[in-house]
Design a protein around this ligand. Structure first.
Ligand code: ADP
Ligand code: MG
Length: 389
């Protein structure tokens, strides 16, 4: 064991009064931008019955996908837990937000529930059931199309209930969806950037009727193109920047996030889930590899073409101009992108089941957020629907 990790673990165990009586830290399992996560044994796990509602045992599994009330009876608490030590540099408001949202979502299938949380001075730790999972990079290339459908059903089931609570996760990506390929179960974690829909928004053009938008666009286009467009892209854009929530991970950001839409919806999570699917089908991780938002826009525009990208920008009152030669007017079909990424020639076209996956993907990567498939619709899409035998 890394001595630095050992020192940190001892500090955590020593700092919290009573910690040692309740938990035995086993190892560090994650280190992110906002927290360090440890696997630990809950030393009191056999003392309590009826602790919380999911089926728990030494190997905790999330509740069944089609859960009904009978399956939601109180059960035992898990033996192994994940202890998320939130960095003290996080604002108290941010920490409270994460814990509150997790509390709201505690009954949702495929969402990793919060067991409890503690604070000692400025340090907060959240206790979650430990969920065994594999590293995405180790399995995504070997997934068959039926495997992909099962993986996504689990992810979209989580999104369906999160979105039903009108919560945006904002950071959907493989490291925040813990998946065990052997049991084919997954749980959504990390609500550190999540927020309630509308909590931080101002009206955006994209929520207006087409007619109202047309009228307003003509004025905003004039205003924004009054500076002579430069070749390439504006590295030093002098226009006053719009303030909008841009949280999330590069490469998974939806176009409306990049266009600084001020009225973002749960549709941003569907785009990110689509990027995961694109990664799996193209067998390339990370699929998008941009250093900043402008590069991210260029990557998206290369696929979709400048024409559709322009239309997508106008939805939010943004003018998308480019003179980058690799961005064509029309772009490419997602099917082509996948065939090229996997080095398949035109003689080996997509199979019918792959084509269905691509059709579903096109619905997730819809540039207009209001036209993008919702999590609920996704669960009923032919690709994800549980097929009757
Ligand atoms: P951060 O905000 O630092 O990204 P996360 O909640 O995403 O924190 O956790 C970081 C990592 O810790 C995850 O990617 C995962 O590998 C591990 N982890 C988090 N929660 C659990 C859990 N309940 N069971 C097992 N591992 C977990
Ligand atoms: Mg994370």
């Amino acid at each position: 064991v890394d001595t630095g990790v050992q020192v940190d673990m001892e500090k955590l165990q020593g700092d919290f009064p009573g910690f040692k009586d309740n938990y035995r830290l086993i190892k560090r399992i994650g280190e992110g931008t906002f927290s360090t996560v440890y696997k630990a044994e809950d030393l009191q796990y056999d003392r309590y019955d009826n602790f919380w509602d999911h089926e728990i045992d030494a190997k905790w599994t999330p509740p069944p996908l089609r859960s009904n009330e009978a399956e939601r009876q109180p059960r035992r608490r898990p033996r192994f837990v994940a202890i998320k030590k939130i960095y003290v540099t996080s604002s108290p408001a941010r920490i409270l937000n994460e814990l509150e949202l997790l509390h709201d979502l505690r009954m949702c299938p495929s969402v990793c529930p919060l067991i409890t949380a503690f604070r000692h001075t400025d340090q907060v730790v959240a206790i979650l059931p430990y969920f065994r999972h594999a590293d995405f990079r180790a399995y995504f290339r070997d997934m068959t199309i039926p495997d992909v459908a099962i993986y996504l059903r689990s992810l979209f089931l989580a999104l369906m209930s999160v979105h039903a609570h009108r919560i945006l996760h904002r950071d959907i990506k493989p490291t925040n969806f813990l998946y065990d390929p052997t049991t084919q179960r997954g749980v959504l974690v990390d609500f550190g950037l999540a927020e309630r829909e509308g909590s931080d928004s101002k009206p955006c053009l994209c929520h207006e009727t087409r007619e109202a938008r047309k009228h307003r666009q003509s004025t905003s286009v004039w205003a924004q193109t009054s500076t002579t467009p430069q070749p390439g892209y504006p590295k030093s854009d002098t226009r006053s920047s719009r303030r909008a929530n841009r949280a999330g991970t590069r490469g998974f950001r939806a176009p409306e996030v990049l266009f600084k839409c001020t009225e973002q919806t749960t549709a941003i999570d569907i785009w990110s889930a689509g990027v995961i699917l694109l990664t799996i089908l193209s067998k390339r991780f990370p699929f998008f590899n941009s250093a900043d938002d402008v590069e991210a826009m260029i990557e998206i525009a290369t696929i979709f073409g400048s024409k559709r990208m322009k239309a997508a920008g106008l939805l939010h009152g943004c003018v998308f101009e480019t003179s980058i030669p690799t961005i064509g007017q029309q772009g490419f079909s997602i099917e082509k992108i996948i065939l090229w990424s996997t080095c398949r020639s035109d003689e080996k076209p997509l199979t019918p089941e792959e084509r269905l996956a691509v059709q579903f993907l096109e619905r997730c990567l819809e540039l207009d957020p209001s036209k993008r498939i919702t999590a609920e619709e996704a669960m009923n899409h032919e690709f994800l629907r549980v097929k009757d035998e």
